[in-house]
Design a protein around this ligand. Structure first.
Ligand SMILES: [Zn+2]
Length: 208
């Protein structure tokens, strides 16, 4: 059941994360129209937008010899290196056309990843976990107590956002059918398995 104190948080519904984009998540475009329909049922809607300056340190192209999906040590911990993506004011950073009705009625659009030296998967914090986006306070001001997450990608920006919502004292739900995953292979399993283990430990739900 959807309540008045729920917020739908639509994570990174952007052209570069959809097929044909620079960091395409398989089948990512398939969730856009369903999310737009879902958003009509929520009193509070937030959309996040990955918004990097050119030459961002999370890009493999910023590290000589590195390849996309390499993992390196940054000052704030491990960082996956990505293909260049969601560069400010480029077509790839735009919202997918099918999500525009939801973006048009959003309370807030949270841009993240604009610090050239720090990545930001989460809607709440940069990856250094020191710099806040301001979203937690904005949600509290609106009386929101539960965050419902959808969008891209399930095992990175959606997962980190949901875990940070729990850390900030909100209830958190991830609606898997309204997400798609990168599913990066890890030493044991994939990034989906890692995210789901953290969901279980943190009390992130998968149903409304
Ligand atoms: Zn990014």
């Amino acid at each position: 059941m959807i309540a008045a104190n729920d917020a739908l948080i639509i994570v990174d519904p952007q052209v570069d994360f959809c097929p044909g984009g620079r960091l395409a998540v398989a089948d990512g475009d398939a969730v856009m129209a369903p999310i737009a329909a879902l958003a009509e049922r929520f009193a509070h809607v937030v959309v996040t937008q990955d918004w990097h300056p050119a030459g961002h340190l999370s890009f493999a192209s910023s590290h000589p010899g590195a390849q996309p999906f390499d993992v390196i040590a940054m000052s704030y911990g491990e960082q996956v290196l990505w293909p260049d993506h969601c560069i400010q004011n480029t077509p790839g950073a735009e919202f997918h056309p099918a999500i525009l009705p939801a973006a048009a009625r959003a309370d807030l659009i949270v841009r993240k990843g604009s610090n050239p030296a720090v990545d930001s998967y989460s809607a709440f914090f940069d990856n250094d976990h020191a710099t806040r986006t301001g979203l937690a306070g904005a949600l509290r001001d609106r009386g929101v107590t539960r965050c419902v997450f959808v969008g891209l990608a399930y095992d990175f920006c959606v997962a980190w956002s949901a875990l940070d919502a729990r850390a900030e004292g909100f209830e958190a739900v991830v609606l898997r059918e309204f997400t798609r995953a990168i599913a990066m292979p890890l030493a044991h399993g994939t990034s989906v398995d890692a995210a789901e283990a953290r969901f279980a430990a943190a009390g992130v739900s998968d149903t409304l």
